[in-house]
Structures are given as C-alpha cells and as structure tokens.
Design a protein around this ligand. Structure first.
Ligand code: SF4
Length: 362
C-alpha cells in the first residue's frame, strides 16, 4: 500500500479510477448520449430514490415527455401524475417549472453556463455541475453523498473542518480531470455506488486501494465521520379554531418546499413564540383579524430538529368577510376528510375532538 500524502493526488490515481470506470460503469440509459434534458431528469429523480427504483419511472416519464418542449407544454397535474409513486412531488413541480423557464428564457436549449443553469427553478449547485460537466464538459466538480464518502476514505479526512461541504468541493476541484470532467465526476460517484459503499466496501476489489489512506490506516469503518447532529429546538405553534355552524375555517399553504398547497388551520409560524405572537401573525400571514377565546386543545408533534408544542384556541372573526389574496375555505368534517391536510392540523383536530368528548364515568 502506498498511501497518498494528504491533499495530493498520486501519480496514476486518476488513470486507475478512470480506466476502472470505463470498463465497469453500469449501462444506465442517460449515459447513452449526453442529452442535457435526460441527464437533468435522471439527477432529479435520483434525489432521495435509488437507481433500481427510479429506472421504470424514468422510462415511463420520458415516453410521456420525451423532451423539454413537451414537458414545458404539459399541465402540472399531468407531470405530477407521471411522477406518482416517486414521492417528493415538489421535485416534479420544479422540473416542470424549470422546463418552462428554459423554453421561455433560453429558446428550449439547456443553458451552458453555471450562472444561467442556477437560475433554473429548483436547480442547485450539485445538479447544475453534474449536467454541465457530463453534457458540456464544463470543468465543475460535483459533491454528493458518494463523492463525500470516497474522498473522506481516500484521504482519511476527519475532524471538524470536514463536516461541511465546502472543503469537499475544494478537494474535488483539485482532483478534477479537466480534460474529461464529466467522466471523472461519474467515475468517483460510480466507485462510491458500486465499490466504496457505505457498509462493507469492497476494498480488495477497489481500483484505487493502493492510494487509499483509510485502508492503509485501517480506518475504513470509521470514515466518513458522521455529521454532528443539530440540536433539537423546542417551539410552540398556536392555531385558531374558527367555526361557522358546522363548518371550520381552513387556509391553503402557498408554494414552498414543505407541504405545498396543503390545507391547515390558520396558525403561527415555527419561528415565533406561539400564543403571544398569534394575533400579529394571523394578521401578517393571512390578513386575518380575530378575537381569541379559550385554549381548546394542546398536543405535541415532532419534525426534523424541532419538537413542537401545538395549541388550538377558539376564535371568532372580527369581520364577516374574509380577506382576499389568501385561499380560505369553510369545510365540513366530511369535506375535510377528503382534503390534503397538513399533519400538524390533523393532530390538532384529533386533540380538539378528544378534549370535547365527555370524560368516561368512574
Ligand atoms: S480501498 Fe476501500 S475504502 Fe479505500 S476507496 Fe477503495 S473501497 Fe473505498
């Protein structure tokens, strides 16, 4: 074993990895010709989905929307339907919006510069660099989970400075083969997917084992170091329970990464103190003025990094008319069952129902 001096790619290292990739890469459909639309689609589908799962969806989606123009001209509902089963539907909506952006702003040609590619809705640095390096040989490094793991092991990267992505980008840039950046980026990712896997990597069969510091130092199982967990924050969300006869007031969430277009009780955001900020929040978020009544339910909900105390207060509107510019709806309990309703609201409604039930006798 001839371990790498930290920071320096050894002679022949790139050649060993590239020739392994040329012989062993999987024959994936987007590798046949480097069409930017197809590569972009593959990258978006592969976020949070494995290759094996996404392949049939990929083929069906392309049959339905074979190019940027057909995707841009489609109805959003049809695009989301074609995505059905893959989950994380904001990806489909962003892809659709991105295709429209490219058709309107770029005459239907995928951009060739990083700046113009990052202007496409939903496209971040990883996706932009992957498409531009693979399709147009732009010298841009990529860093995803596979690349991070391979680099951490090859160079035995550990310590607090290797918790963030930035240093990995710098290291990937130093290693980048500027003659063939797309093939190089894919070679590193393919090594991570097939050989240098998270659990039980196949070190004896690895084409760069002689260059690997983690193997030389017998530290493969310790690397990459797990990322420090973010501390869990305790927050309070206060919501209002406004009834008119049999109907309850709900509001529809706007566009966003989380819970887009779900229905929910009007409520305070996650960044405020809850009840003390509730009236001001209802006014600023929805233009809604209410008189607050009693607390009718209290429950708990946990989402990533946040423990939420949920509270529902009875309330009446100060004006009969609802403000314009926000989507409100008065719904019966039957209608509510058929609507996409945010988890926080479902939990609160269950808690309200439970608190209104008569207490069991003795
Ligand atoms: S030798 Fe093992 S740990 Fe090192 S790069 Fe290859 S598979 Fe990964």
């Amino acid at each position: 074993v001839n371990p790498t001096p930290a920071g320096k790619p050894p002679q022949g290292f790139q050649w060993r990895l590239r020739s392994w990739y040329d012989r062993n890469q999987r024959p994936l459909p987007w590798r046949k010709n480097h069409n930017a639309y197809r590569v972009w689609l593959s990258e978006v589908m592969l976020q949070q989905t494995t290759v094996k799962t996404m392949l049939p969806y990929y083929a069906a989606f392309l049959k339905r929307f074979p190019n940027l123009e057909t995707l841009a001209a489609a109805d959003e509902e049809d695009v989301v339907a074609a995505w059905s089963g893959l989950g994380y539907y904001h990806r489909a909506r962003n892809l659709h919006r991105g295709a429209q952006h490219i058709v309107q702003r770029n005459g239907g040609r995928f951009p060739r510069t990083l700046e113009a590619t990052l202007a496409i809705p939903g496209v971040g640095l990883y996706t932009a660099s992957a498409v531009l390096s693979i399709c147009y040989s732009q010298p841009l490094p990529v860093v995803d989970g596979n690349v991070r793991r391979v680099l951490a092991r090859l160079f035995a990267l550990r310590g607090p400075e290797w918790q963030k992505d930035g240093p990995y980008y710098n290291r990937a840039e130093e290693l980048l083969d500027r003659e063939a950046p797309g093939a190089w980026n894919q070679a590193v990712m393919e090594l991570g997917a097939l050989v240098c896997t998270p659990k039980q990597p196949s070190c004896p069969a690895c084409p760069v084992r002689r260059d690997c510091r983690a193997l030389a130092e017998n530290r493969v199982s310790e690397l990459p170091e797990p990322r420090a967990r973010r501390a869990v924050a305790n927050v309070t969300v206060a919501a209002v329970f406004v009834e008119r006869g049999e109907r309850l007031l709900l509001v529809q969430r706007g566009e966003g990464r989380l819970m887009t277009r779900m229905w929910e009780l009007p409520r305070s955001s996650l960044d405020t103190a809850g009840r003390p900020d509730l009236l001001a929040e209802l006014r600023s978020r929805y233009g809604l003025s209410v008189s607050l009544g009693d607390l009718v339910a209290r429950t708990k909900h946990t989402i990533t990094h946040r423990k939420i105390q949920l509270e529902a207060y009875r309330a009446v509107l100060k004006s009969r008319d609802l403000p314009t510019g926000t989507d409100f709806r008065w719904v019966t309990r039957e209608e509510l069952a058929a609507l996409p309703v945010a988890a926080i609201t479902r939990k609160l409604l269950r808690a309200v129902d439970a608190s209104q039930r008569p207490l069991p006798l003795g």
